[in-house]
Write a protein that binds this ligand. Structure first.
Ligand SMILES: Nc1nc2c(ncn2[C@@H]2O[C@H](COP(=O)(O)OP(=O)(O)OP(=O)(O)O)[C@@H](O)[C@H]2O)c(=O)[nH]1
Ligand SMILES: [Mg+2]
Ligand SMILES: [Zn+2]
Length: 300
């Protein structure tokens, strides 16, 4: 396989895509030298047209791109690099992807698509479900059958915790909170948004690395920071879209987290009441909950 560096005066466009999520992160250029450096070091080096020199992506921010695969297109004049994006940030603005704005849709608004509504009988009762897909994840809205008739429904926005929700991990309170929310909406009517931003949006691999650091004595906040993330990397853009799509104008939000409340206060959806999501403490999640209270401001 050859790469046609001659076609555009020694430079070839390079699309960077995140391994795992397939998210498009950025477009850059490579000359032969930066290409060779990338292959040799397994860290992506571009040729910066602005700086007019070889540019190791993340050289000053630390947000380097570890090379997982490099593909060449059919006529060998465009490169696709599949990368692990360190720090979850490819864009100099702090956004994950440089393509965070939409020209067709409202500025800064992400394009979100959705499914039809279907029935979901469950051990909690009979629900309706509707799935959504944004740039990065698929999410699920779980509604009680009478949801549309309730003026101020109970709403739980639950971030994905595979270890807790599916495996029953005792390190956190996620599984219990999810059960509590599903029981409540089944009884009183309402909605659970299952928000697939795993591990406060650092993803599963990074969360397990954070757990490894916690095994070594770091707390949940310190572990995130040590891995180069903020304590909480979540955003609720998709959730706001989902709530508005389902016609929620007022809600009783089930949460202990002041950040979630702040977000929705600026979204135009009124929080009429906060319903605490307090569940059983055990010896494995005691310190985790203590840290959330002391360092993340959770109302516990
Ligand atoms: N990075 C990281 N994420 C964690 C850890 N433990 C749990 N999580 C994630 O934390 C998130 C918890 O989600 P939620 O329960 O919806 O949010 P919350 O901040 O606890 O707020 P409320 O439960 O609403 O009070 C999930 O995405 C979990 O996967 C951890 O030690 N490190
Ligand atoms: Mg929680
Ligand atoms: Zn959890």
């Amino acid at each position: 396989m050859n790469i046609d560096f001659k076609k555009s005066n020694g430079l070839v466009p390079v699309i960077a895509q995140e391994y795992g999520t397939n998210e498009i992160l950025m477009l850059g250029y490579m000359n032969k030298e930066s290409f060779d450096l990338t292959i040799k070091t397994k860290v992506v080096h571009y040729f910066s047209r602005t700086k007019n020199r070889i540019w190791k992506k993340g050289e000053s921010s630390g947000h380097i791109q570890k090379l997982i695969d490099l593909r060449v297109d059919c006529d060998e004049d465009t490169i696709l690099v599949i990368v692990e994006q360190v720090g979850n940030t490819a864009c100099h603005t702090g956004a994950k992807s440089c393509f965070f704005r939409s020209y067709l849709n409202k500025e800064n608004e992400k394009t979100i698509i959705s499914s039809e509504i279907a029935n979901l009988p469950s051990k909690y009762g009979n629900f309706l479900i509707k799935a959504y897909k944004d740039c990065c994840q698929e999410h699920l809205a779980i509604m009680s059958k009478d949801f549309k008739d309730i003026e101020v429904p109970l709403v739980r926005v639950h971030s994905e915790c595979l270890t807790g929700d599916a495996i029953g991990s005792l390190k956190c309170d996620c599984n219990n909170q999810l059960n509590l929310a599903l029981e409540l909406i089944s009884k009183e009517g309402g909605l659970v948004v299952y928000h697939r931003q795993e591990g406060r949006n650092i993803g599963l691999v990074n969360k397990v690395n954070a757990y490894n650091l916690q095994d070594q004595g770091y707390n949940t906040v310190e572990a995130n920071l040590k891995l180069g993330f903020k304590e909480d990397e979540r955003n609720y853009i998709a959730v706001e879209y989902i709530l508005k799509d389902l016609g929620v104008k007022k809600m009783k939000l089930i949460t202990n987290n002041p950040r979630k409340i702040n977000f929705f206060e600026n979204s135009g959806i009124e929080i009429v009441e906060r319903i605490p999501a307090i569940t059983k403490i055990n010896k494995f999640n005691k310190n985790y909950l203590q840290t959330k209270k002391e360092q993340m401001g959770h109302i516990l």
